[in-house]
Design a protein around this ligand. Sequence first.
Ligand SMILES: Nc1ncnc2c1ncn2[C@@H]1O[C@H](COP(=O)(O)OP(=O)(O)OP(=O)(O)O)[C@@H](O)[C@H]1O
Ligand SMILES: [Mg+2]
Length: 321
Amino acid sequence: MGRQHVGHGDIARFAQERVNLPKDKADDYRAQVRRLRDRLETYLDEHPDFSLKKMQLSGSLAKGTALRSLNDVDVACYISGADAPTGVAALLTYLAERLRKAFPNFKPDQVQPQTYSVTVSFRGTGLDVDVVPILYDGDPDRYGKLVSQDDGSLLSTSVPRHLEFIRKRKAAQEKHFAQVARLVKFWAGTMKRDREGFRFKSFMIEMILAHLCDQGLDFSDYPEALQHFFTYIARTNMRKQLVFSDYYKLAAVGSFAEPVQLIDPVNAKNNVSHLYTAAQAEMIVAAALDAGDAIDAALAAPTKQETVAYWQKVFGSSFQV
Ligand SMILES: Nc1ncnc2c1ncn2[C@@H]1O[C@H](COP(=O)(O)OP(=O)(O)OP(=O)(O)O)[C@@H](O)[C@H]1O
Ligand SMILES: [Mg+2]
């Protein structure tokens, strides 16, 4: 049967070879961000009134869920309130101008405002760093207003708490939580390429996996864990509200009108999936049903060739064993 042809070990190997960001690269990129952060700290020591207060690695490289296809490094930059402009375009111009001040060894054109972030480009090796502003007035839990990378709106949230939220699930399912997250993100990437209009935000994927983890699902068998993820989506139709009680009481969760309601684990009033339409939710459900069927068929297929062909429906033609 199919499991002999492609089993957990084969999926794990595929992940190592094709899906995951290699560790030496991840280390390099993290070091690159550390140097930026240190340089800002040095500048702040000499200019304590400077409005950029802190830089912090955020996004997949911070969570340990980055894919090999990573093409920029997300860094949050805390900007203290009073004289920062409130409009997003002006805020980005302001942030770029401040970053140029703090990093004088960068040429001005290496620091460029984009639509919702500022890119710092490194010459030679290294990836571009995407600096995302967070308006911040000293909250001890580092809540602030994060500029949404989806539509430029200001989201009240805490990046360190997000990292802690993920870290907790990673500790519960060591190695496997992050690995299954990367595999699902890889599947979503394949769907984005193949199906016009498909979208599925990484953080939403991680939240659903966190929920399954909290329910006690064992992630250590990858075909099975993937199957559970797809089944959850099919069963809930992406219409079940998802909430977490790590940082607020469930009673604090308001009512939302949007079709998809994955509520920010650190802010009961923020629907992480508020931009998803009913049609987009249906595309996710349809893709999950197809993936679930393909895995069932793969696990039952009589020959290796057929088994691989079914797995390719999930992970694309780069899937080989
Ligand atoms: N709608 C949102 N509300 C609150 N925080 C958000 C929202 N969108 C993104 N974030 C924050 O930004 C971080 C990065 O976003 P996201 O998970 O989509 O990308 P990523 O982890 O960098 O994955 P990718 O590999 O796709 O770049 C999240 O971990 C979260 O801290
Ligand atoms: Mg990212």
